[in-house]
Ligand binder design. Structure first.
Ligand code: SF4
Length: 313
């Protein structure tokens, strides 16, 4: 079978793409550059998104008291021990909102990462309502010589959901940010969460068509996880019936169906998230690691004899 993406996997894998393009895995190194979030400090809202606890996904070496260089040195040393066949690293500005600061400060942080000898580019995680022309000018300038991905938290295409989880922005703002970033030639990565309260599986599936129509290069999918220390954890413990969290097998079925409807050109960076067990108050999924869940997803593609984009369009 000749898939659109020129390898034998049944989906357009970001990892496989980097192996084809760079001759090895392009590994992201997480950073906490010390930024805050406008949805926490009152600029856009207070309290943050109801599911958010940055502590839960920040590796221990990511500490803003350390310089960007020190975090990269530590992260790269760890990742080199863990993975073989790495061709380079991307500095991943992950914690909080990484375009929330003066353009001078942003440039200082991004450039410190870019001068590191192992770093081939940057990936900047942010909110769709937190980019402006100055930030885009800076990222466009960097992208002339290095890989630059703008990672936008879309989370849902439905405003009613965005309101319910206190995101503080609308889907129209996400669309606008995606288009602006794409017009600047940036690699656009979109995050989506499945299982948010109030959404049916049909509504979730319909998002495949909506996002496929946008100039998004890569996607990261997450199942909703209930993370300790969040507003959502309080809601879940008080009103568990308001939540329909995916069981593992159900999610595998769902994500394969979703991927069948997704544009073949879109790279898939992740199919699901992994919150450390000590933070996870929701479904445990046998505490399986990502690679084990990925195996189940790939097996399901084979059993169904289907692939990304089979039902697209
Ligand atoms: S998810 Fe992002 S935007 Fe929402 S509160 Fe957390 S850091 Fe802020």
């Amino acid at each position: 079978m000749n898939y659109y993406w020129e390898d034998n996997r049944r989906f357009n894998s970001w990892t496989a793409y980097t192996q084809r393009k760079y001759g090895g895995r392009l590994q992201k190194v997480s950073l906490n550059a010390g930024f805050s979030c406008p949805n926490r400090d009152g600029t856009i809202g207070y309290g943050g998104c109801t599911y958010c606890n940055n502590e839960a996904f920040n590796p221990s070496y990511c500490n803003p008291s350390k310089s960007i260089t020190a975090q990269l040195d530590q992260g790269i040393a760890f990742l080199k021990r863990r993975y073989k066949n790495i061709s380079g690293f991307i500095a991943y500005f992950q914690a909080y909102t990484n375009t929330y600061g003066s353009v001078e400060l942003l440039e200082e942080k991004y450039r410190e990462a870019l001068v590191h000898e192992d770093i081939m580019g940057i990936s900047v995680g942010t909110r769709p309502d937190c980019i402006n022309s100055q930030v885009l000018d800076l990222l466009e300038d960097i992208s002339a010589s290095k890989f630059v991905s703008l990672e936008l938290g879309i989370e849902s295409c439905y405003d009613s959901t965005l309101k319910r989880i206190n995101r503080g922005h609308t889907f129209d703002q996400s669309v606008r940010a995606i288009k602006l970033a794409s017009e600047r030639g940036l690699h656009v990565t979109a995050h989506i969460i499945f299982g948010l309260p109030g959404e049916t599986q049909l509504q979730m599936l319909n998002q495949a068509k909506i996002i496929s129509a946008l100039p998004i290069n890569s996607v990261k999918f997450h199942q909703l996880q209930i993370v300790k220390g969040t507003k959502m954890a309080q809601q879940y413990l008080s009103y568990p019936k308001q939540f329909e969290l995916f069981e593992l097998d159900e999610y595998v079925d769902f994500i394969v169906s979703f991927t069948e409807r997704l544009a073949p050109r879109m790279l898939i960076d992740r199919f699901c998230g992994e919150v450390p067990p000590k933070y996870n108050l929701g479904k445990k999924w046998g505490e399986m690691r990502y690679y084990q869940i990925l195996e189940k997803i790939e097996k399901k593609f084979e059993q169904k004899n289907t692939w990304q984009g089979k039902l697209f369009g």
